[in-house]
Design a protein around this ligand. Structure first.
Ligand code: MV4
Length: 446
């Protein structure tokens, strides 16, 4: 097992990784930008190193700075958290070349999953259903027109280097295709330095459902059920729950059985998420793989009892999944996570600043993952996540009731937060009826 781990991240996930390290008896090194000097991850780590100015490009995204900090402190491994360098295959490679274990999948697997048309082809190959669309990169408008004619409009153009909703264009008829393709390629080129685009059938009002994967370095893969992540706004998830109310036990078993084989076949290791869209008929179609721990991992932890971050570290250290998991994966009860963001609850405009008053809720079935404290500051430079409020109940009804209670007792003063928005969602009849799609926020009544 590792003696010392560097955490290449900030905020709640850095604190979450420190928790896992403390549980495993591993020493920790925090890295921080000049804006994060007084952060909790700096306070709770055994050592801390400033790696640069506030701007991420010069601190948390700066590979030489992070590697230098790892070498100075003589760590055995780096946990990248989510965002920042977590899915950067070059970073993972530099870590390995420097004799530091990257806590994540192998660089070549990260690289393949990052190129969405390759991930799509790889998953199709191993029997995972994908949406009808192009075989690889779209080479011309003519090819796109012929393909769209065959599969039927609407179709969607996606940047191969995109993901998470960036670099997508919906095409509703033949007259729109060429112009949209040119635009999509230009945008993709500017945003990702790769202009390649692929085409898929567009699902109008899908549900967004993702399966949690854990895989060791000895060829053993486990799937820890799924999460429902349909409630989002501008591709930012607001709330996630597990299990998905839209997935039947039969569909869950079938998908998990196929995924176990698929992830083994692609040589996947460590933690990951396989994202699907569910159409109106209840069919699941693969869209992408996230080769990292995700923000919403706690809902899976609460229904399975598995510590996913500890599992990541043990897998990276070479342990077997059969030693990490105490038995078969069983799903108990229902969990919901609300992302509490520093933003205006109606306009969604960012609301950074000093937290002047704070009460974190507790009680049975309630977990709060956060790095905030009274008089602490939410800086304007990074994402607006203040806390994740996660509840667990015996069923969805009890989880909703506990979430309402916890939201009522969650006090944040000095900044605006999304707490009132979550209170409205918890009271919404469509939410209570689990009548969900990615258009939920457009339909929710005031
Ligand atoms: C889609 C889709 C419909 N059809 N792909 C968004 C996040 C990224 N991971 C994939 N996304 C989508 N891919 C097909 N073939 C719908 C989404 C999608 C979406 C698209 C447009 C506007 C809002 C959206 C919200 C959630 C998901």
């Amino acid at each position: 097992m590792f003696q010392k781990i560097l955490i290449a991240n900030r905020g709640e996930i850095a604190v979450r990784v420190i928790c896992a390290c403390k549980d495993l008896g591993i020493r920790t090194v925090a890295v921080y930008s000049e804006a994060d000097r007084n952060s909790l991850h700096v306070r709770f780590a055994d050592e801390a190193i400033c790696i640069g100015p506030a701007k991420s490009a010069r601190s948390y995204l700066d590979i030489p700075s992070v590697i230098s900090a790892a070498e100075i402190t003589n760590v055995n491994a780096i946990h990248p958290g989510y965002g920042f360098l977590s899915e950067n295959a070059d970073f993972a490679e530099v870590c390995e070349d420097s004799g530091i274990t990257f806590i994540g999948p192998k660089p070549q697997v990260i690289r393949t999953m990052g190129m969405k048309q390759l991930a799509r082809a790889a998953m199709k190959e191993v029997g995972i259903p994908i949406l009808p669309g192009s075989e690889g990169i779209l080479k011309s408008a003519e090819e796109g027109l012929a393909l769209a004619e065959e599969i039927g409009y609407p179709v969607i153009l996606k940047a191969v280097a995109g993901g998470g909703g960036r670099g997508m264009r919906i095409v509703r008829n033949a007259s729109e295709l060429e112009a949209n393709l040119v635009q999509a390629q230009q945008e993709a080129g500017a945003a990702f330095s790769c202009a390649d685009v692929y085409l898929e059938k567009f699902i109008e009002a899908p549900r967004h459902i993702e399966f949690q994967v854990l895989a060791d370095q000895h060829g053993h893969v486990e799937i820890l059920g799924e999460r429902e992540c349909s409630i989002q706004r501008r591709h930012q998830k607001l709330l996630e729950e597990a299990p998905s109310p839209g997935v039947s036990p039969k569909l869950r078993k079938k998908t998990m059985d196929t995924l176990r084989k698929a992830m083994k076949a692609v040589g996947y290791t460590n933690a990951g998420t396989v994202e699907f869209l569910m159409d109106e008929k209840g069919n699941l179609y693969f869209i992408e793989v996230n080769a990292r721990i995700q923000v919403e991992h706690p809902v899976t932890e609460l229904i399975t009892g598995v510590d996913l971050v500890k599992s990541q570290i043990r897998i990276a250290a070479g342990e077997k999944l059969s030693d990490i998991l105490t038995g078969p994966i069983e799903i108990t009860g229902h969990a919901i996570e609300c992302r509490i963001n520093a933003e205006h609850p109606e306009t969604f405009t960012p609301s950074p600043g000093r937290i002047t008053g704070l009460n974190l809720p507790g009680g049975i079935g309630v977990r709060v993952d956060t790095a905030v404290y009274t008089d602490g500051v939410i800086p304007p430079y990074y994402d607006s996540l203040v806390a994740k409020l996660i509840v667990h109940g015996k069923d969805r009804t009890e989880a909703i009731q506990r979430m309402r209670r916890a939201l009522d007792m969650f006090v944040v003063e000095g900044i605006h937060t999304s707490i009132p928005l979550h209170q409205r969602i918890m009271a919404d009849p469509d939410f209570v009826a689990a009548n969900l799609s990615t258009h939920f926020m457009d339909h929710m009544k005031k």
